[in-house]
Design a binder for this molecule. Structure first.
Ligand SMILES: C[S@@+](CC[C@H](N)C(=O)[O-])C[C@H]1O[C@@H](n2cnc3c(N)ncnc32)[C@H](O)[C@@H]1O
Length: 633
């Protein structure tokens, strides 16, 4: 399809076609953007024509000496070219694009310096000029400083002429260049070409009138270390620090959301992105959001037409974010500057990996005045909570957390095994999840309206599957303003939180959470093994036979069994299935669910065995009996 771009133009060479599929896939989401492109090395203009055609709203600057590379000048070479003809063909090929294309004839070193002095920046830069290692290194280094955050750089000819000496081919230059920008990029593609994307970091952000933006860059942040050695050096630049995704979900909180955005901007950990989702607000939220994120490339926005609910929007975001660690931020809360670094440090220093970390918080009122210095329902001094971090020398360390702070955080952090009950965490914003655990436990495919809190589902589901941790240090401020979904006022130890209506809704919502374990039984049975049913019970909050029967005695409870009965039977096997159904249901429901699970057939070989099973329903504690039941094959 892309070959049509070149029709009617004059080319004697084609070094481009093999990479066009890759380029098309890398650039597909930017196609309609009015982007600025810089090309170092244009020759007859084939790659320039591609950019101009593929991005119809782009502007392209082409730097070329039009003096050719070594291989173009050697008359015995297959790529020998008369360079004045080449330049003429370039001019003819790009002429039709008028002011969208600017030819800069000259040496890359001089012209890149000129662009630097003019403070020009680009969304895409293609490095395909001189092929000597030193030239490629130099071109790429200067060009990198001209690349915008999230911009894409293509480095050509990485595998070109392996038989040539190192100094005479791009590979070593590219390797050294990538090493020098370690931690600042994501690698999108590696083959004959290497394609990287600049991570959104603070260095090229316009100062905002509303907040003093962090000046952190990967260099100024300092190295991430293990055992005192730099991660970067140990991994030859192949491993970058974790990327945190903040997902800020706003619904008619125009009066607070600006402060929330400011608090994300001033994180002392620089490797983060933030997706701001407006859930169909009808107040001035959009204006406030735009004003506060202006010029900060780390922020992206999504304005939804309708309110998907906080959980609905959270799940919707999951295929749009890139971080391995995720915090859903409420638009009326405020993060402290050390939020991300402290949560990440806990994630990586705990004796075992957990699904999420949760921190304490202060409570503030509508105007931002302090009400409490902690959320009083957090208490990590409980038996079965396992306090502490791994030895500081054995774990990954962040430069913004000193040795002394590391020990202090370790003292107030506890690992909570997955069988710990209740709600031992900070609510809402106070949590940082592993992205993999969110993907595992999400409800639906990201297109459902789910009018419930993200923590209400994800904290319980993730914890009951893989455990959690609590950092008993306030890392955010929770705003109590009278219109909260959950809190009626600041937390006070002797008083319950929420309202009866809130609790009965969350009991009903809980069925949706349990349903994921039924719907994806095959996956969860594999992950959890013999703990599958205990996990279901933990998530349902049913710890006795009586509670289990009560839980599934509702219409919704029966429905999730009935709807998943076939897949449950197939994944668990006949006996486990029957056992689990009998354990959780009375006689009539058991009959209905077994009937559905066994495709409308009676599962038992004889009437006597069916009666034995009925006895079991009445005397469930004689579960050994079930082993004797024989099923039809
Ligand atoms: C391989 S060609 C570019 C091919 C083109 N990008 C394409 O895909 O059709 C390399 C070009 O880089 C130019 N070049 C080499 N060294 C350069 C330098 N230091 N500054 C500017 N251009 C240079 C050469 O004149 C040549 O036209």
């Amino acid at each position: 399809m892309n070959q049509a771009f070149f029709a009617g133009k004059s080319f004697t060479t084609d070094w481009l076609s093999p990479w066009l599929d890759t380029w098309t896939s890398v650039f597909k989401d930017r196609k309609h953007l009015a982007i600025d492109i810089l090309e170092i090395g244009s020759f007859e203009g084939r790659s320039a024509v591609f950019f101009l055609e593929f991005f119809p709203q782009s502007k392209v600057i082409c730097i070329d000496t039009f003096a050719g590379n070594d291989e173009h000048l050697d008359p015995s070479s297959k790529t020998f070219a008369n360079m004045s003809d080449v330049e003429k063909r370039f001019d003819d090929n790009v002429h039709a694009y008028g002011p969208r294309i600017k030819k800069m004839k000259g040496h890359s070193v001089e012209l890149l310096s000129k662009l630097t002095n003019e403070a020009q920046t680009f969304d895409v830069i293609y490095v395909d000029g001189d092929h000597h290692a030193t030239s490629v290194y130099f071109d790429a280094c200067i060009a990198w400083s001209l690349l915008k955050s999230d911009g894409i750089m293509i480095l050509d000819d990485y595998r070109w002429k392996p038989e040539f000496p190192d100094h005479n081919r791009p590979k070593v230059g590219i390797d050294f260049f990538l090493k020098s920008i370690s931690g600042q990029y994501l690698e999108l593609h590696r083959d004959h070409q290497i394609i990287v994307q600049k991570i959104s970091i603070a260095e090229d952000i316009e100062p905002s009138p509303y907040t003093s933006q962090s000046n952190l860059t990967s260099q100024s942040y300092g190295p991430v270390t293990i055992g005192g050695r730099q991660l970067d050096e140990l991994s030859a630049g192949s491993v970058s620090p974790p990327l945190v995704s903040f997902v800020l979900i706003n619904w008619n909180y125009g009066r607070y959301v600006g402060q929330t955005i400011n608090s994300i901007k001033q994180q002392d950990y620089p490797f983060f992105e933030c997706l701001v989702i407006d859930n169909g607000s009808t107040d001035n939220s959009k204006e406030v959001i735009e004003t506060h994120i202006k010029g900060d490339d780390r922020f992206k926005t999504a304005y939804l037409d309708q309110n998907m609910g906080q959980l609905g929007a959270a799940i919707w975001s999951l295929n749009k974010i890139k971080g391995g660690f995720v915090t859903f931020v409420d638009a009326d809360d405020v993060l402290f500057a050390n939020f991300a670094a402290t949560h990440l440090q806990a994630h990586l220093a705990l004796p075992r990996s957990v699904a999420f970390t949760s921190s304490n918080m202060i409570e503030i009122n509508d105007a931002g005045s302090l009400l409490t210095s902690l959320y009083c329902h957090i208490n990590i001094n409980q038996s079965n909570f396992q306090k502490g971090f791994r030895d500081a020398s054995k774990t990954l360390r962040f430069s913004s957390i000193s040795d002394e702070q590391y020990l202090k955080i370790a003292e107030v952090t506890a690992y909570l095994p997955r069988w710990i009950r209740g709600w031992p965490w900070g609510p809402g914003t106070a949590n940082m999840f592993r992205k993999s655990m969110l993907d595992l436990t999400k409800i639906g495919d990201g297109n459902s309206v789910l009018l419930r809190s993200a923590d209400g589902h994800f904290n319980r589901a993730c914890h009951s599957i893989a455990g959690s941790a609590v950092v008993d240090l306030p890392l955010s401020a929770y705003r109590v303003h009278g219109n909260n979904f959950f809190a009626q006022g600041e937390s006070i130890r002797d008083l319950r939180n929420g309202t009866p209506a809130y609790h009965s809704k969350s009991n009903l919502d809980n069925y949706d959470s349990v349903a994921i374990l039924f719907e994806r039984v095959e996956r969860f049975k594999w992950l959890l093994g013999d703990n599958y049913w205990t996990t279901v019970d933990r998530l349902a909050g049913t710890y006795s036979h009586r509670q289990r029967r009560k839980y599934f005695s509702t219409q919704r409870g029966e429905d999730i069994f009935l709807q998943n009965s076939v897949v449950l039977r197939k994944s668990l096997g006949d006996k486990d299935f029957v056992n689990a159904v009998v354990e959780r249901n009375n006689r009539d429901r058991t009959n209905r669910i077994l009937h559905a699970g066994f495709d409308g057939k009676t599962p038992f070989k004889s009437r006597a065995r069916a009666m034995a099973m009925r006895a079991l329903i009445i005397f469930p504690n004689s579960a050994k009996l079930i082993k004797r039941l024989k099923f039809k094959k």
